[in-house]
Design a protein around this ligand. Structure first.
Ligand SMILES: C[S@@+](CC[C@H](N)C(=O)[O-])C[C@H]1O[C@@H](n2cnc3c(N)ncnc32)[C@H](O)[C@@H]1O
Length: 271
């Protein structure tokens, strides 16, 4: 699957599908609280960008009900098929699917009340162009909202093992596709330069022990992606092996704590 001319870093396959599904169960409340603060409700017309299997698109459809609409834009046929089946089963006439990347599609101008993208723009090579293309599709008065990383804060306690260097390795992993692990840091400046009003900037960091959902969320990422980081040369094999061993040791320690990287809710209004 192309993304501009790059592959989606984490892969569009069944194991990523399952990881995204579990991820949604862990982060859904955070996303819903953000959508509540933005006032997303009946009658809104929404674009869910990089929708994946459509977990947020489905939640958006519940909010906007019959009088609004949701368009899910997603390049992976595997992911989009999941949403297509769900939409068909529920006989929803107001959920539309676009199988494409942002870069490769033509979007309607000034169409949407809300444009939303969770964990997408950090993977994109030219994020300001990506943002501007979306902005042209937003109605005046509409909201563009991102949930994405400011990739600090990731850690395991007790400290002192190989995993202490993991945040650096993940940042390097994003940069292998010219992504930006600090992407949410850029957004207030974009909004100011393009005459928008920043309406929300809320960082989140979660923590929990080995039996917590947040620890399991991280486990599903690191147990797969440490080897992929090695393969993409974001770290050496011996660093990867040492980090995985450190992770598994902490996972067996009932007193260990995992701290998530910072995820920021960022929203701007088009004036
Ligand atoms: C980490 S997943 C997040 C999926 C969904 N937003 C969620 O939160 O469950 C990133 C998604 O962005 C999609 N994606 C990556 N690059 C994209 C692009 N340039 N345009 C549109 N979608 C893209 C991928 O195919 C993948 O489904």
């Amino acid at each position: 699957m192309s993304q501009g001319n790059k592959e989606y870093l984490l892969g569009a396959n069944h194991s990523e599908f399952e990881r995204l599904q579990f991820q949604h169960s862990v982060w859904r409340t955070t996303t819903n609280n953000f959508l509540d603060r933005l006032g997303v409700s009946k009658g809104w017309h929404c674009l869910d960008v990089g929708a994946g299997p459509g977990f947020v698109s489905i939640d958006l459809r519940e909010r906007v009900d019959k009088t609004g609409s949701v368009t899910a834009l997603e390049p992976s046929p595997l992911f989009l098929d999941h949403l297509a089946h769900f939409v068909q089963k529920n006989n929803w006439g107001n959920v539309h699917l676009i199988r494409s990347t942002v870069e490769e599609t033509v979007l309607p101008q000034q169409q949407y009340d809300l444009i939303f993208a969770r964990w997408v723009i950090a993977f994109v090579a030219h994020p300001e162009n990506f943002f501007l293309k979306l902005l042209a599709s937003l109605k005046p008065g509409g909201i563009i909202a991102f949930q994405d990383y400011y990739y600090e804060g990731l850690s395991l306690y007790p400290r002192g093992g190989a995993f202490d260097r993991m945040a650096d390795a993940v940042r390097g992993y994003y940069r292998t596709v010219e992504g930006d692990p600090y992407i949410t840091g850029k957004m207030p400046e974009w909004f100011r330069r393009h005459g928008m009003t920043l309406v929300d900037y809320s960082p989140h960091i979660y923590s929990g022990g080995p039996t917590s959902a947040i620890f399991e969320w991280a486990h599903r990422f690191f147990s797969t992606h440490i080897q992929q980081m090695v393969d993409k040369k974001a770290m050496t094999q011996s660093q990867g092996d040492a980090m995985l061993a450190d992770w598994m040791e902490h996972r067996k320690n009932p007193d260990a704590l995992f701290f998530s990287p910072v995820v920021v809710d960022v929203a701007g209004r088009k004036e």
